[in-house]
Write a protein that binds this ligand. Structure first.
Ligand SMILES: Nc1ncnc2c1ncn2[C@@H]1O[C@H](COP(=O)(O)OP(=O)(O)OP(=O)(O)O)[C@@H](O)[C@H]1O
Ligand SMILES: [Mg+2]
Length: 751
């Protein structure tokens, strides 16, 4: 009946998930091969209806209205295991299997019984996505807030909300600043909890969870994880029921392409190339069958060049939506923006952390709306953003590691990327393709990635670097007022679940010595007390090592230029330093040597730390250009960074400069005033003279300079000149808003 003979060749019929052969009128011929018919399994129905759950009527109606009527199997399992009865839950289930809904149900149930929930995410971009999603609950009277304030702000005003979204760092800083509403929390959701394994984020996450549980031992915990090797261990740590499942709403086929064949587990499919370039051939093949493509690349640069290559093969489209998106991006007038706009015009785009957040959002939305068809991206896109595609191509499964060179990525990361394949309700299946160059490589990829389970995750808390900051916060937060109490607190961490805390004694001792020597704590008769400096450092969210570098730098000199202070900020471990590219060696060492009197510490040229120092100098030089109002375009070119990087580095520098001003005041150094001013200059990327103007909303570095050069130097001068004259310089709409804001007194004009 369904074996069709096409010139003597057998074919594969692709039938949408859950389809039967009744679908044959919509079947398409995908590949000519000689193998069996493949019918993907339908999403299993659980028959557990939202309407049968013990939830308020309007919550049930809300979900039914948005088309969610029945729970997916892992969601049903979570309910059966007590999600709505207050049992802690760890859900370790694949990408796109509906983890957020679990959290939503628990948070809504809590809110309706007078509780309050904190939703913790690893990335700011994810915080915005979740915030936008949860604000939809306002229709049923649920208030949502997002905590994005500065690290030393308490964000007390958020206490009014039922749900608050924050990154793990921000949640930690709210605890350090003794925010009151933290004590009212009844529910916490930890999204992407497998990041406990991350060297940067993991320690903060586990200490934050431990503190929240210490404050409210009955707090209801919903932890959401990718599938990991040791889910039960994490569940044990959290006293949680473990939901472990491989279920996905859309079938996922994982394969490896070698020459003209895609090898899946147990079967193969011929791949007829329509282009000599393998990536382009895979893209064209996906697009022809109505799908979209995500290509994971190993670096930002590669992602950009892949997108450019693909877009050339796609050619400019006549689609007016694409042209509209491209025009908006082009307005930014930087090289990166032009390149992105050129790609978008053809239906392709690149996506990485170097893009500005506006451009990232345009790309994400364009893809979700099915206008942009292909995105070449770095692996950060694999973290929780809801951006599925029919086909995921993993262009490179190796990643550069400064210690080991090119290294294969972990299986967990591969599974996260692969899991992006398949859009529920839209794609009949999702497909992830790795690319092999030889038969042995093919076998190894099938073995190591396709057929392997993800690794177990391991706590990264047990190092001096990780514990320095957290031990200080435990002491200042009164979670550990003696050595014994401190060790008891550490028993609550995931580290203690995995290893005996006696291994920590040596590390804890050396951290305490450091904090004591740097006057951040006092120790007497076994008690540990924070000093006022210790409290300040903890509130400022600085690494105590960074704080000690800043203090000794400030104390080392009476005069300090802007470069001195910027370099001091760049010496702290809290800021990511720029690497030197080959061509940077043409000028940075000279610049460093010419300016050496300006720096608070200069290692010997033959010292092993000299390279590191040059990275600090390069970062400080970028910041100096930023506050000298050098155009973004020139900075990007000179330093080899993206627009998003400049903002990212300036953002971090602004926070550390603010901390420098506070520390400077604390030790009564002379540099507090300039450091405070520089904080504002870094915020806007301007010289001090423009600060009164940039304090008006809507006036950024470019418009402020135009106004200043035209003789308007203060907010009052704009009001006096009036909308017509100011409008001629910065545009009528912005002039009108700015003047209205100044008149209503919302702008104060001075630093
Ligand atoms: N029971 C359901 N019925 C229909 N759609 C659902 C259901 N549960 C979740 N969804 C939808 O599935 C999509 C993916 O869900 P979600 O973003 O929660 O995935 P996730 O498991 O958190 O994956 P990730 O690993 O990407 O974070 C969302 O669009 C969501 O609305
Ligand atoms: Mg998620």
């Amino acid at each position: 009946m369904f074996l069709i003979n096409l010139s003597g060749k057998k074919v594969v019929l692709m039938i949408p998930a859950g389809g039967s052969l009744e679908y044959r009128s919509t079947c398409r011929i995908i590949h000519q091969v000689s193998c069996n018919i493949y019918i993907p399994s339908a999403p299993t129905k659980t028959h557990m209806k939202i309407s049968d759950l013990p939830l308020p009527k309007d919550v049930i109606e809300y979900y039914n209205k948005t088309g969610i009527t029945e729970l997916y199997p892992p969601q049903a399992e979570a309910v059966t295991k007590g999600l709505l009865d207050g049992n802690n839950i760890l859900a370790a289930i694949p990408t796109a299997s509906g983890k957020t809904l679990l959290a939503e149900l628990a948070m809504l149930a809590a809110a309706r019984s007078g509780g309050k929930a904190l939703y913790i995410v690893p990335l700011r971009a994810l915080a915005s996505e979740k915030y936008e999603r949860f604000t939809e609950f306002k229709d049923i009277g649920i208030k949502t807030g997002i905590s994005t304030g500065d690290f030393d702000s308490k964000d007390e005003y958020l206490g009014d909300n039922d749900i608050i979204v924050a990154t793990s760092e921000k949640a930690d800083s709210l605890l350090r600043n003794e925010t009151q509403w933290i004590h009212d929390l009844t529910t916490i959701v930890i999204d992407e909890i497998h990041l406990l394994d991350s060297k940067d984020r993991g320690p903060t996450l586990e200490v934050t969870i431990a503190k929240l549980r210490r404050i409210n031992p009955d707090i209801h915990i919903i932890a959401l994880s990718a599938t990991v090797g040791n889910a039960h261990e994490i569940a044990d740590w959290l006293d949680a029921e473990c939901i472990l499942s491989e279920w996905r709403p859309v079938d996922l086929r994982e394969g490896v392409l070698l020459d003209d064949t895609i090898h899946f587990t147990g079967y193969e499919v011929d791949f007829s190339r329509n282009h000599h370039d393998t990536i382009i051939a895979l893209v064209l093949d996906t697009l022809q069958s109505g799908g979209q493509c995500l290509i994971f690349d190993s670096s930002r640069r590669n992602a950009v060049s892949t997108a450019v290559r693909v877009s050339k093969a796609l050619k400019p489209s006549k689609d007016s939506h694409l042209a509209g998106l491209a025009d908006t991006v082009r307005e930014a007038d930087t090289d990166a923006a032009q390149k992105l706009a050129d790609c978008i015009e053809c239906g392709a785009a690149f996506h990485h952390a170097g893009l500005t957040s506006e451009h990232r959002k345009i790309v994400e939305k364009g893809f979700r709306d099915n206008i942009i068809k292909v995105i070449a991206c770095t692996p950060t896109l694999a973290f929780g953003l809801n951006l599925p595609a029919r086909r995921v191509i993993i262009k490179s499964y190796r990643r550069y590691d400064p210690n080991y060179g090119m290294e294969p990525i972990p299986v967990l990361e591969y599974k996260q990327m692969a899991g992006r394949a398949g859009r529920p309700h839209l794609d009949p299946y999702g497909e992830c393709i790795l690319i092999a160059k030889s038969y042995p490589e093919l076998e190894s990829l099938l073995d190591h990635y396709v057929a392997s389970d993800p690794e177990s995750i391991e706590s990264k808390l047990g190092t001096v670097g990780a514990l320095r900051s957290h031990i200080l916060s435990v002491i200042t937060g009164r979670f550990g007022e003696s050595y014994g109490e401190l060790m008891d607190f550490l028993q609550l961490t995931f580290f203690a679940r995995q290893q005996e805390t006696r291994y920590l004694h040596g590390i804890v001792e050396s951290v305490l010595d450091f904090l004591f020597e740097n006057k951040m704590i006092t120790r007497s008769d076994g008690s540990l007390m924070p000093t006022s400096l210790g409290r300040l450092v903890s509130r400022l969210y600085l690494d105590p090592l960074g704080a000690s570098i800043i203090i000794s730098g400030l104390e080392s000199r009476d005069d300090a230029s802007d470069l001195t202070l910027l370099h001091l900020v760049c010496r702290t471990p809290d800021i990511r330093k720029l690497y030197l590219r080959r061509k940077d060696y043409d000028w940075i060492p000279n610049f460093a040597s010419e300016m050496q009197d300006e720096f608070t510490a200069v290692p010997d040229e033959f010292d092993s730390g000299y390279e590191w120092f040059l990275g600090e100098v390069k970062t400080a030089a970028l910041l100096l250009d930023w506050i000298s109002e050098r155009p973004d375009k020139d900075i990007e070119m000179k330093f080899g960074t993206g627009g998003g990087d400049i903002r990212g580095i300036a953002d971090t520098a602004q926070w550390i400069m603010y901390a420098t001003a506070q520390l400077s005041r604390h030790i009564r150094s002379l540099h507090a005033k300039r450091a405070r001013e520089l904080t504002e200059c870094l915020k806007y990327g301007v010289k001090s003279e423009l600060l009164p103007l940039t304090s008006v909303r809507g006036i950024g570095r470019v418009r402020a300079r135009r106004l200043y050069d035209a003789g308007y130097t203060t907010p009052e001068s704009l009001v006096t000149a009036g909308e017509r004259r100011i409008g001629a310089i910065i545009g009528p709409k912005i002039a009108q808003n700015a003047i209205r804001e100044i008149e209503t007194g919302r702008t104060y004009g001075q630093v």
